[in-house]
Write a protein that binds this ligand. Structure first.
Ligand SMILES: [Zn+2]
Length: 166
């Protein structure tokens, strides 16, 4: 008999990437960041929100952002990714889970995220229903290597822990 896993405390991982494009806004974690280039995508292309959404859905075993918000659905065009994250938080609540904590790593050559870190933590925390102490945001360069190094786009990795409501 396999041992039943402890469903009161679960971990999820999320990954997202978007291509840079001129004439688009750069929005990360719901925060508009001044930049010559923004991110291309069906929605507002907020890679931080998308990775965090996948991490919390994954932690709760509730599928992924693509299932919840298909990019074939015109309703999701240019949609606000904070709103999508909030909807995922509500789906977790309905399944008996609350978000405990998230850790986010943005991999990009530019812009530097440090000046916006606290704002992004507060924005994500508000959407997740936790204080910003439970939200970590880190920026990393890719040391000039590969598509990120050539500034073709950026990537984001997020890890989340969720607790079962008992
Ligand atoms: Zn995305």
């Amino acid at each position: 008999m396999p041992r039943e896993h402890d469903a009161t405390f679960r971990v999820g991982v999320g990954y997202d990437s978007h291509q840079f494009a001129r004439g688009r806004a750069l929005i990360l974690g719901g925060v508009s960041i001044p930049s010559d280039v923004g991110l291309d995508g069906h929605s507002d292309a907020d890679a931080v929100c998308h990775a965090v959404t996948d991490a919390i859905l994954g932690a709760a075993g509730l599928g992924d952002i693509g299932e919840m918000f298909p990019d074939t659905d015109p309703a999701n065009k240019n949609s606000n990714s904070i709103t999508m994250l909030e909807a995922a938080v509500r789906r977790l609540a309905a399944a008996g889970y609350v978000v405990n904590q998230v850790d986010v790593c943005v991999v990009a050559e530019s812009p530097k995220l440090a000046p916006f870190r606290e704002h992004i933590r507060a924005s994500l925390g508000a959407a997740l229903g936790i204080d910003s102490a439970g939200v970590s945001v880190k920026g990393k360069s890719n040391e000039g290597m590969g598509w990120i190094g050539r500034k073709e786009g950026l990537a984001c990795i997020a890890v989340a822990t969720v607790k079962g409501k008992r």
